[in-house]
Design a protein around this ligand. Structure first.
Ligand code: HEC
Length: 177
């Protein structure tokens, strides 16, 4: 009898405690707040599991000069605001939570941005976005070819790229006609 009483009280206390925390506690809601314990691990585990299941294994398009240039125009028009230009970080990318990685920034071992990620993983992220982060889903804004073009560009960010591709993702590049 005591055991069951204890169980019921215990079962009630937990949700009541969670509710009290939600209403009167200090849930981290501001960008500069400390993250929840294991917040990053839990979010990344879920995202990686989904990507492992769904991301295409290879790109249907080549890294041709035309695809790279079109990818660069798409990048400049849709992504540079948060993910930065070639040689210049976005001023507000680091003030998002989670922050927007700077996709032209070299970060050790010759990696530039997400050049070490499989291209299908980047395509999945561009297509579907990342919930509860600033990363938008582009599947209603760009067509599949365009999403592949920008993904292929980012997968090759560590390689020598044609001069017109680099100048398109540099700050101050002229917008598309
Ligand atoms: C409004 C800001 C914003 C825009 C615009 C935006 N992103 Fe993002 N993006 C983010 C944020 C924030 C993250 C980090 C999400 C996370 O860590 O969970 C992110 C994550 C990513 C990642 C994963 C990076 C990694 O290290 O795994 C890729 C790839 C990416 N974005 C590509 C793009 C591309 C390509 C575009 C344009 C077509 C774009 N993003 C437009 C905010 C943005």
């Amino acid at each position: 009898m005591r055991f069951f009483l204890g169980l019921i009280v215990g079962l009630l206390l937990f949700p009541l405690g969670a509710l009290a925390y939600l209403y009167y506690g200090s849930i981290p809601v501001a960008v500069d707040d400390e993250p929840f314990p294991m917040e990053g691990t839990i979010a990344n585990r879920g995202l990686n599991a989904r990507i492992d299941r769904e991301a295409p294994k290879s790109s249907p398009i080549e890294a041709s000069p035309t695809n790279l240039l079109l990818g660069a125009q798409i990048y400049r028009d849709n992504c540079s605001g948060c993910h930065g230009y070639y040689g210049q970080a976005s001023p507000f990318g680091k003030h998002l939570f989670p922050g927007a990685p700077q996709l032209w920034a070299p970060h050790g071992n010759g990696i530039v941005g997400v050049s070490d990620d499989p291209v299908g993983e980047t395509f999945w992220k561009v297509r579907n976005g990342i919930r509860l982060s600033g990363m938008p889903a582009f599947n209603n804004l760009l067509n599949d070819t365009q999403m592949w073009q920008v993904s292929v560009l980012l997968a090759n960010a560590d390689k020598p790229l044609p001069a017109n591709v680099i100048s398109t993702v540099k700050p101050g590049a002229a917008p598309n006609p």
